[in-house]
Design a protein around this ligand. Structure first.
Ligand SMILES: *Cc1c(COP(=O)(O)O)cnc(C)c1O
Length: 462
């Protein structure tokens, strides 16, 4: 399978080249030229597979140009063996046709482990084969950083620099990053917000000269391998609930649009999905775009669901690419307009297509706490704030009550104690592998919101 850039001006690449490149040379994101298609019969035959075996079936067509079936098997087996639950992604029933897919049983307690535990292994495998080294630069609003560090900490072929917004991630999130003290791990706290961090990473990718010949790799969801790995749990949940004979809907707490975009791909690959609900917090540009065709940036607000405090969702570009009939030139123009504010809507015909594919809803902090408290009382089940936004949006947007609505529970509630306390609930204890997290020594560099300072620091550490 070949991969092409959404801006249409970069060469097509193989899977491993895309894996190690991150952003395309024209500033676009890589997507597969064609998607594998699975028949209902084939999907039905997967009902007894465990998570790792299912991942192997779904992922092989994406990687087989570079990676053998048995190599991939070893990597997915190791990846999902590192999870703390036998089912890897257990489904919990809340009410009639209302389900939660728990995606937080990986080492760092958020769904990002599904992709980043695999990404670390894929990268290491490729770098060893090519006898290469990589400088990784990533921005995190909290969960990506620790998941990426956990996924790559054993690789002596990567030097990893993770930027997070200073004092804007929860203590558990920060400590999950800063207490991993390997020589190849470097945490940078930027005096700014997540978009500042993401912007610096993007700029560094588009001009890598500061590395003096080194190569940058990406762990953010601009990296195709992350999206690919997330397609799997849509199939896993749907098959467990009677798919493909019965359709399933999903509600997805959304920030950078990676997770929900993976759901859209699952649908395109043949999985019967009824509705895909984009659930946002008050940083609701995606909701405004989908519901009212208004794409206007507003100031970023800090919410109780910090992993979704994002204004510019990088993976939305991958969807727009399809909505604009894969016309890279038209898309580049549109994105320039959207980014500099001269354009603030999609062509009506393209927007109609987006509306057919997605519903959306925005949930504020107050409602988030009410949902956490209500679900705790009615179902004795504790949701984290991101997942609570998903449940609420799933309820509001549900147009097919006869179809199961599955909310992706993207994080363990212990990571977001502020919201849990505000909702009047008791914060659960940290899982056993993290009980001493609050006592471990930390290492982190606080830097100004200034790209040359950050790049100088990176060079000083290499
Ligand atoms: C990253 C994250 C999200 C947002 O996922 P995207 O793929 O960026 O849309 C939602 N919830 C949690 C807990 C996260 O860590």
């Amino acid at each position: 399978m070949r991969y092409i850039s959404t801006r249409g001006q970069a060469p097509s690449l193989s899977f491993e080249d895309v894996l190690l490149t991150g952003l395309a040379s024209d500033g676009g994101l890589y997507v597969p030229e064609t998607l594998p298609q699975f028949s209902h019969q084939e999907i039905a035959s997967w009902s007894r597979l465990n998570y790792a075996d299912l991942a192997h079936k779904i992922l092989l067509p994406f990687v087989e140009e570079d990676i053998s079936s048995s190599e991939l098997k070893t990597m997915v087996d190791e990846t999902y063996a590192s999870f703390n639950h036998k089912a890897v992604a257990p489904l919990i029933q809340l009410g009639h046709n209302e389900w939660v897919l728990e995606l937080f049983h990986g080492p760092t307690l958020a769904f990002k482990d599904f992709a980043l535990q695999l990404l670390g292994r894929l990268m290491d495998n490729a770098l060893i084969k090519r006898d290469k080294h990589l400088v990784i630069m990533g921005a995190t609003s909290g969960d990506t950083g620790s998941a990426a560090i956990e996924g790559c900490k054993h690789s002596n072929r990567v030097q990893m620099f993770i930027l997070h917004p200073h004092e804007r991630v929860s203590e558990v999130q920060r400590r999950q990053m800063t207490t991993l003290l390997g020589d190849n791990i470097h945490n940078i706290a930027v005096r700014g917000n997540f978009d500042d961090c993401q912007q610096m990473v993007k700029q560094s990718f588009s001009d890598q000269s500061f590395l003096k010949g080194g190569q940058l790799g990406a762990v953010n969801s601009i990296n195709w391998a992350r999206i690919m790995a997330q397609v799997v749990y849509y199939f896993y949940a749907a098959v467990a609930l009677g798919g493909p004979h019965r359709p399933v809907s999903f509600s997805v707490p959304t920030g950078n649009f990676g997770d929900i975009y993976a759901g859209y791909l699952a649908k395109k690959m043949g999985l019967p999905i009824q509705q895909l609900v984009v659930a946002t917090n008050q940083n609701d540009i995606l909701h405004r775009c989908i519901s009212a065709n208004q794409y206007q940036k507003q100031g970023l607000v800090q919410t109780l669901s910090p992993s979704m405090d994002i204004m510019v969702s990088s993976n939305f570009e991958r969807l727009l690419f399809d909505l604009y009939d894969r016309d890279g030139v038209a898309l580049s123009e549109l994105l320039t307009g959207l980014n500099n504010g001269t354009v603030n809507s999609l062509e009506p015909m393209r927007w109609e297509k987006a509306r057919e594919l997605f519903s959306s809803h925005c949930v504020d902090d107050e409602t988030t706490c009410e949902v956490i408290s209500q679900i705790a009382q009615q179902h004795n089940y504790l949701l984290d704030p991101h997942s609570a936004i998903g449940v609420e949006a799933g309820r509001v947007c549900n147009q097919h009550p006869e179809v199961p609505m599955v909310t992706l529970a993207t994080a363990h509630p212990v990571k977001f104690s502020e919201a849990i306390v505000k909702a009047g609930q008791v914060v659960p204890p940290l899982p056993s592998h993290l009980t001493d997290l609050l006592d471990r020594p930390e290492r982190c560099e606080v830097l100004d919101n200034n790209i040359s300072k950050v790049q100088d620091y990176i060079m000083s550490q290499l």
